[in-house]
Ligand binder design. Sequence first.
Ligand code: AMP
Length: 420
Amino acid sequence: MSFNKFNLHNKILANVEAQGYTEPTPIQAQSIQPIMDGKDVMGLAQTGTGKTAAFVLPILQRLIREPKRNVRALIIAPTRELTEQTNKVIAQLGQRTGLKGLSIYGGVNIGSQITSLKRGVNIITACPGRLLDHINRGTIDVSQVDILVLDEADHMFDMGFLPDLKKIVAKLPSKRQTLMFSATMPKDIRILADKVLNNPITVKIGHIAPVSSVDHSFYPVGTNRKNDLLRNILENHDIGPVLVFTRTKVRAKRVAQHLDRSGYEATALHGNLTQNNRRKALEGFGRGKYKILVATDVAARGIDVQGVSHVINYDIPDTVDAYTHRIGRTGRASETGDAFTFVTGSDKGPASSIKRILGDRLKHCVLEEFTSRSSSDESQAQKDRYNKQRNNARTGSKNRSNFRSKPKVKHMSRQGDRPS
Ligand code: AMP
């Protein structure tokens, strides 16, 4: 199948080609036409399958015929990074169409957002809190919104976002098209989602389970041996850009500092950072300035950093859904990747849920040396190793030799490239 089939405007088609997309991905193949036909759509697809273009292309097609200065499409997403990323896709696929996108989120000066809004914006991608702030101030008029998209919809319906989301939806015209996209859709959330959708078509691509282009391994580890195991893995594997996930912001910061002191180019990404520092961390990782990004789940949803070779769950995620989202950061767009999860004695609950989903695909890697708590002898050995590494780091380059350069992303060439 080719993109020609959708009768997209020439300018949009040229932008699709410029992105190197030769064929629609399965989610695009199945949802673009119904969206262009004006239907409400619930798109369930694994992360990294091309969901963003699946809704951005029909939005551009609809608005290109009547580009006005007012806001006609509203995309709501849970994280600031995701709004920026979606806005970037809108800019790429919407080049030379005259349509303008803007991302809106808190933690940054509202004045510059208001200035941009005054210049005229057609497609807003926003986090709920700041969006509501603008609506209440009268700086964003949503009365002419034709299309509402809820990206990472399962997350948008969780309790933290729900009150704001309800207020925003109440301000929108009731006659509109609503689209929802998500990798996961628990039953109770689906009930809430159905209240916002009008007779939706559900497009489901593959099992809502971790992507199959990723190898999954569990590493049993003593609670205080995680840093040692992490460094051992970094030293002994052919590793490209790595995303390390921790449960808390403090831990993300500490692990990144520990790696940095051990001679690795690492930085942290978590909710305690200013937006500017979050952007710097993410951009630095994307450009290859940092080889390791240690993040909380703020980075797990929707972020498209290409070429991530390994996702390491320093702390196991609480649910299979969270695992799926984290692991979706690697193995994107037909690449392959590795997912390593550290499992301590107290992680039995989430470990067995993940194991049930992965079945035979899950490998168990037992490195005896790291499975028990460290004795004082081990602690000393650990300190010695650490000091040695630190000295090496001081004398030598920080560019660890076992890091391979950023792999190139292969584009999806066939519909069947993703699991079904
Ligand atoms: P997403 O799921 O929207 O985050 O997209 C994941 C990755 O797939 C991004 O790097 C996109 O640029 C890429 N992508 C989206 N659509 C296509 C396509 N039709 N062919 C190849 N790559 C694509």
